[in-house]
Design a protein around this ligand. Sequence first.
Ligand code: DHK
Length: 182
Amino acid sequence: MAEKLVKGPIPHAGTGAANPRQPGRIKRFQPAMAKPIYVLNGPNLNLLGTREPEVYGRETLDDLRIRCERKAAALGFPVTFRQSNHEGELVAWIQEARTEGAGLIVNAGAFTHTSIALLDALLACTVPCVEVHLSNIFAREPFRHHSYISKAVKGVICGFGATGYELAIEALASTLAPAKAK
Ligand code: DHK
């Protein structure tokens, strides 16, 4: 991981070398903050917890956010976690992740099965992307079997409920690890 030099007052005695130019100060190396993993959620996912819990589980979107933040933090990444019911807003966030993110996890909700705009945004996205669904879309109605966006992502995880988000973070982090080590 890239490292940057941080000058500052001694936070803990014995953690760095003495700085001869400024007695009482030390030079210490601190890892540069990794770019965040974007986790983008599409329409109706704001209703998680109460919306068809037999299909989508009882955890809320906030529970999912906490799971993602914990898992990503353990792997050295911050998380930018968002939800929108609007296709254009999701497109804008995918474009943002392209420059501001380390990678992207997307549950596009019903837009998965309809949106060429999201496909195009993901095709233009140069950071790795993982598609996630809480439910097993292949065990549901036929119109859910086709995903427009799968063509543009590195992999798809579906059917494992909230755990799928953690699996996606793990998968993404493993593809990013060699880049981080540079
Ligand atoms: C979420 C939705 O809102 C549906 O429209 C998709 C996906 C499936 C999920 O399983 O997370 O068909």
